[in-house]
Design a protein around this ligand. Structure first.
Ligand SMILES: Cc1cc2nc3c(=O)[nH]c(=O)nc-3n(C[C@H](O)[C@H](O)[C@H](O)COP(=O)(O)OP(=O)(O)OC[C@H]3O[C@@H](n4cnc5c(N)ncnc54)[C@H](O)[C@@H]3O)c2cc1C
Length: 403
């Protein structure tokens, strides 16, 4: 704390992006005082602790985009950080599989994109594909050796230790309820008392649009649409159906759709996630409904524009959510030997997907800035992989404002 009890930078959100931002500020400006404020009693309680645990290689993203650049950088830095801090991870590789002739051109496009992004990938067909993944059914696959698996909650804990070890304030169980921007700083109202800071950084994930709108005059129309992703898990005696990670060819309109198999760092094999609009921003089960969230989702024009555009896709996702058989049949396209009795329900995560007023899903990482505030408005997958360079980017914006 500074002499007057204020800090230089207050960060809302102790998910992986907020924590990585704090670490980056510590490295760039060790003289600055930081407070990281989170409403939950532990770090990484939302997206950062409910994800697929994959270190993405960076093949899918538009060349030149922040996602493409920061994922490539972030993957390498994250692996170094894991080695340095003894965090469980493994670079095991993955395969993207075309199961019908219609998907082969898209697999070729993906191979080109991968090359444009500097990610090495090899086409596998016939026996070579089956040698890599013996139970997979596919006409061709794209093998990406640099993909990995990781313990993201372990990364969050290590980042939190870095912050605490330098004496910064990691204020958990403290909900941000108001923000007032003044000429020389920001007053952040929280459930455990106010925090004064010269600069505020918003890394609130599923709540980031709401945090942005707490300040009068923060001109952003971007809204967060929560998509729940549900997982099944292979029973222990059927884990040998999957050696590493098996993905379908993505739909360019919805790159995060398409259930896949992921070997987890704890030895389990997860199948999923699907993507259904969630009835609460932090709704990990069907029956979790937040009437405020629901009214906001239903009352927003962008929801209806999105629903009109993609109603068929969404119906399919709802069906797969309600019917295990439908979910399994999507999985059987990749591994025909899997049966409903091989799978048990596992956890779920909720993605914070930013959407523009005209119903367009924001593709790239997105920020909004004022004189004293930096808001991270869109940090969907692969932001966990890219957390260290995203943190550095946000830190540089914050430090510039501290002066
Ligand atoms: C199902 C799923 C699978 C995914 N798989 C992968 C993957 O395999 N690899 C990958 O790289 N990425 C993956 N992602 C994406 C990745 O998990 C996220 O991009 C990343 O975790 C975002 O981190 P964050 O810090 O921005 O958000 P979060 O982790 O959600 O953190 C936001 C924090 O803000 C806090 N907060 C919110 N409101 C307030 C308030 N008012 N006051 C105080 N605190 C507040 C919350 O409590 C929370 O701790 C996946 C995401 C999901 C949901």
């Amino acid at each position: 704390m500074n002499g007057d009890g204020a800090v230089d930078v207050a960060i809302v959100g102790a998910g992986i992006v907020g924590l990585a931002t704090a670490r980056a500020i510590m490295l760039e400006r060790p003289d600055l005082e930081i407070a990281v404020v989170d409403k939950e009693p532990e770090v990484g309680r939302h997206q950062s602790g409910h994800n697929s645990g994959v270190i993405h290689a960076g093949l899918y993203y538009k060349p030149g985009s922040l996602k493409a650049r920061l994922t490539l950088e972030g993957r390498a830095e994250l692996i170094d950080y894991c080695v340095e801090r003894g965090i469980a991870h493994e670079v095991c590789g993955k395969v993207v599989v075309a199961t019908v002739p219609d998907e082969l051109p898209a697999l070729d496009v993906l191979a080109e994109r991968s090359a444009a992004n500097g990610v090495s990938a090899t086409r596998l067909v016939g026996a070579a594909l089956r040698e890599y993944e013996p139970h997979v059914a596919g006409l061709a696959g794209l093998h990406v050796p640099s993909t990995g698996i990781i313990d993201y909650p372990g990364v969050c804990d290590a980042l939190a230790d870095d912050i605490r070890s330098k004496g910064h304030d990691l204020r958990l169980g403290s909900c941000v309820t108001g923000i007032v921007e003044e000429r020389d700083g920001v007053v952040v109202a929280t459930s455990t008392g106010p925090v004064r800071a010269r600069v505020l950084v918003n890394c609130a994930g599923l709540q980031s649009d709401r945090i942005a709108k707490l300040t009068d005059g923060v001109g952003t129309d971007v809204r967060i649409m929560p998509f729940r992703g549900e997982y099944y898990e292979l029973k222990a005696d059927r884990r040998d159906l999957v050696r590493n990670l098996i993905y379908p060819v993505p739909d360019p309109a919805f790159p995060f759709l398409g259930v896949h198999y992921t070997r987890m760092i704890d030895g389990g094999v997860e199948a999923g996630p699907n993507a259904v609009p969630a009835l609460a921003r932090e709704g990990y089960r069907w029956r979790t409904v937040d009437l405020g969230d629901l009214a906001e989702i239903g009352g927003s024009r962008s929801t209806w524009v999105l629903a009109r555009k993609y109603w068929k896709t969404q119906l399919g996702e709802f069906y797969r959510s309600a019917s295990k058989r439908a979910f399994v049949s999507a999985l059987q396209r990749l591994v025909p030997d899997v049966t409903p009795s091989d799978l048990v329900r596992s956890g779920a995560g909720v993605r914070a997907q930013a959407i523009s007023p005209d119903g367009v899903l924001l593709d790239d990482f997105a920020f909004h800035e004022t004189a004293r505030q930096v808001h991270v408005l869109n940090a969907p997958s692969p932001a966990a992989t890219a957390c260290l360079p995203i943190g550095r980017l946000v830190a540089s914006k914050a430090v510039e404002r501290v002066g």
